[in-house]
Design a protein around this ligand. Sequence first.
Ligand code: GLA
Length: 718
Amino acid sequence: MIFYHAEQQLFHLQGDTYSYFMQVRNGVLVHLYWGSRLPDEDISSLIPAVPVYASFDSEFNRLTYELPTQEKGYFSQQALNIVNAQGDDVCSLRYAGHEIFAGKKPIPQLPSAYEEGDAETLEITLRDPLTHISVTLSYTVYQGFDVLCRSLRIQNGGSDAVTLRNVQEASVFLPKGDYDILHLKGSHCRERNQLRTALPRGFFSLDSRRGASGHENNPFLTVMERHATQQQGKVYAMTHVYSGSFRLSTDVSIDDRPSMMIGMHPDVFTWHLEAGDTFQSPEALLVFSPNGLNGMSHRFHAFIRKRICRGVWRDAPRPILVNNWEATYFGFNEEKLLSIAEKGAAIGCELFVMDDGWFGKRDQDNCSLGDWVVDKRKLPGGLKPLGEKLNALGMRFGIWFEPEMISPDSDLYRAHPDWCLHVDGRDRTEARQQLILDMGRREVQDYLIDALSRVLESANITYVKWDMNRNMTEGFSCVLPKERKLESQHRYMLGLYRVLDVITKHFPHVLFESCSGGGGRFDCGMLCYMPQTWTSDDTDAYERLGIQWGTSMVYPASTMGAHVSVVPNHQTMRITPFETRCNVALGGNFGFELDLSKLSDEDTEKAIAAVKTVKELRTVLQQGTFSRLIDPTVHDNLCAWQFLSEDESQLVVCVYQRRVKPNVQPERVYMASLPADSRYRRADTGDTYSGSALMNVGLPIPTTWTDYDSWVYRFEKV
Ligand code: GLA
């Protein structure tokens, strides 16, 4: 619900479990409160105006601006910097009106959350009387989902062009407190490992300037009470629906007021806004949880599954796949692929994914990106007969593309050497021996829509892995005039989103999985088009625990690709038991990425059993509520999580141990968020326990003689 108290000029955004208050005070929109849900009442007298006292600074430096800009001695971080026709960036935004309406408008040209008759939106317009710049802040509140969506659009109502130098789409002040921050950091093969530290004083930021959200920092940040755990404590979190460079920041001012912000990265963004034109920001997603990190993740997961992911695959059981990348790399032909697929079909897999190497003359990663034409040396009959043979085995056919890239050794590059991002007179820096197409250009977008559509129409393809294997260097479009050069990165994103929008709407039956050297672009922007992401190129079971644990902070299991691969593992050389590799992979969209035709009889039996289990549990794994139980970054030897079905009738508890320890007391795993009085029967022993006992007494973890052992316990409500 959204309430407006006209006399007090007070806005109250009330979700199912949170409230968010703002007030217009002397024309300035100030933030009052974000936290647990309150009844609709006037709380403004509890939050007095800035005390007037003798101070070196003006009172404006103490205001909790809803949208801080450069004005009147406001010295903290600013959400918006617009250089006006006079050359300064002072902008005194004052309340000019608001509108409350049912529903939520899609954001033009950008991905955004959608509604199904369950949303209400408030738009507040602020205006600067001198420059006539106006900013409309948009807030959407859902019924049944505890995520607040925020975005803004800037309209240049003046008579001269202005330059947007910094656009942070959401900024919010938090109550004074003793806080930690938690964020997800990493690199290629080490994505999204959680890091928790004390909230630093002053300014702190995590970011990407890479032209992609990146492996290094996920666009997600949590500020939480120092004592917060998975189950308890207040947690404030932000992410956004955008896949490009970003900045997330916190600022603890000298008078101890914390604030946090999210937006595009100001170092790699400007926008030239002509008189009369409008600029639209990406959309931020804000979550407040009064019940710890699991409470935060439950809110993100439910929302991302139902209001970010869309299309026929949103709720459909995700196919168990076999992918040939780690099995063959570039060295395959039709016969080899079919030998893997045949064994996959016998094991119970449902989809075969042909990875990199099927097009151009791509025997290595040094050529052919852009030439989306089948390599007849490897697949003499082309894609159609391969698809038919896979379908005859009972398998769907999936294919890999890396559409945004161009190899210097490609027919496309020879024909269009200026289609890549570059700077005239400078080296075109290669990474993985490839360059990046200028997705901001319409002719490049149209080429890709056409080339990809032709491939997808040429065979019965029902899955696409959409890869993106390098970041931007000299990331500028050669067709933009100099005052617009720094728009290149954002224009790239708008172009990419147009291509994704057209292709995914044109092929609605195709399941798309995004990838970027593994999880280098795991964000809500991509998830609007593709309900799955390849979580990491690291398939080592032990490393995956930290990666999937961190990823689960924001993203539900149904968005994470997780595959069983060979040992010694190709990324770490570690040897882990086959069952544990399966037990880790069932924490996401389960698949195999190894040469199944070479699997021993013993492992084949285990693979068959794992596939059977995944099929039995798929609904609870993909649509249930996921809770983290034992934190592998805190416990020196264990990791555990659980899935509880939507109707709370099925519970799956997964426990992973690192190494055998002699002569220790058995550890216990305590379940979470169960209905206390319900009784659950443990499938393997038949014993029944109350939800209360499972949460408070916990289950003993068996003693074992195997390093990297693991257990999956199944319970059913009786
Ligand atoms: C990236 C992906 C891998 C694989 C290769 C192919 O690294 O993350 O899964 O598809 O590209 O080149």
